[in-house]
Design a protein around this ligand. Sequence first.
Ligand SMILES: [Zn+2]
Length: 207
Amino acid sequence: MTEQKKLNIYQKLLEVRWSVDHLKKNNKGYEYSYVSSSQTISALRQKMNEEGLLLVPQVNSYEVRENIIEKEYKGNIKKTKWYFTILNMSFTWVNVEYPTEVLICPWTGQGLDTGEKGVGKALTYAEKYFLLKFFNIPTDKDDPDAHQEPSNQEQQFERCPNCGGELYLREVKKAGKNQGKKFVACSNYPKCDYSCWDIDKHKKGGK
Ligand SMILES: [Zn+2]
């Protein structure tokens, strides 16, 4: 009597993880980029279907913060209202062959939008990053550190007076009377929009 061996939820998840390693081998020497993480996710979905795994997202609570961001545009101050959505979520893996076999993973999602799409963006973001992180897929291009100024520049300033974040030196890039002028700005932008022309005031050990 030969019965087809059924896999438990962890064995199935490992099978899905293996399929990512195979994908990596096929793309030898290929750096992961935004596009290839989308490709990876579609490959993951296909493998999840084959294995009989469901991924159920659930929003347990949420928070929406309103932020007014002021930007100088052609000499005028332009105000834009942004909505920052934070979702406290969980993703639950379900083994379809044994639906009582589940694995619950708490997770959060964040989305920033000027309109009503904050929740949708947060859900999309949360699912994408859950899959990438759950299966340990590198996301170097999305590494927040990649967008920061070098740390020696951050170190020379006091903390942001609004939020306590790092301040760093920036330069006006837009053409106009202020082009090339230096200022300090908060690294938590756009969550915090603190910026100041008086660089010396924010230097460590300054006035
Ligand atoms: Zn700040």
